[in-house]
Design a protein around this ligand. Sequence first.
Ligand code: ADP
Ligand code: MG
Length: 255
Amino acid sequence: MTKILAISNQKGGVGKTTTAVNLSTALGLKGKKVLLVDLDPQGNATSSSGLEKTKLKSTVYDLLINDADIKEVVKKGKYYDVVPANQHLAGAEIEMIQIKQREVLLKNQLKIIQQDYDYILLDCPPSLGLITLNGLTAATSVLIPMQCEYFALEGLTDLVNTIKKIKTNMNKEIQIEGLLRTIYDRRNTLSKEVSDQLSTYFPNKVYKTIVPRNVRVAEAPSHGLSAIQFDKHSKGSKAYLELADEIIKKEANNG
Ligand code: ADP
Ligand code: MG
């Protein structure tokens, strides 16, 4: 069965897009068929995948608002395919208000092609608005990247409550896949404290893999590449390859 992973956290700058792009590459390298859906008007996952945001004929906006044919929106790539996004998506939430069943637009589109993929990764925007709602309604589970900082746990409570509401009302299937510690600085004692609290509150949900703060990871997007494509041997790349193993293994154990 296709696993649809929403990569979500309403906080910006916690490593959602970096995780989406690198996990897509890692799973692709390991022989999985992967589709990455960019749900952020900033289109960072799109440009990190080597696509030019301004030159796209159709994007996820057309998929959601104009009922475009998803097969024509998908861009084929070496390790993974992409449903791209650009600034057109910024107006979509307002336009969606007019549409009936506005929370299942993405889910219905993905149904058409999901059998072609092992994993579909959704790079959610930094908010809990209608676009994220579409992502969480379509998803089988949620991967939450977290930077282990002071307010991280507070934000997590809001996200967990949103997921609970979605489980009750829209998507019985949804569960938290895992919490991923990102941009991690081992020298910082606060990071260690927050990280320990995470493991206490969410036992069995925190990935063993920790993504360290790593300059190669930050450099890669300006080359239109994932960190793994840019420098496979960097610490950041190794972490994302390990994460892919952890996710594949977990799935094998579950069924
Ligand atoms: P989000 O999608 O949650 O807003 P991003 O993935 O765009 O977060 O990451 C925010 C910034 O941090 C980007 O500039 C990105 O390149 C950088 N970054 C992400 N992960 C790492 C890492 N492990 N080490 C160093 N920089 C990182
Ligand atoms: Mg992002």
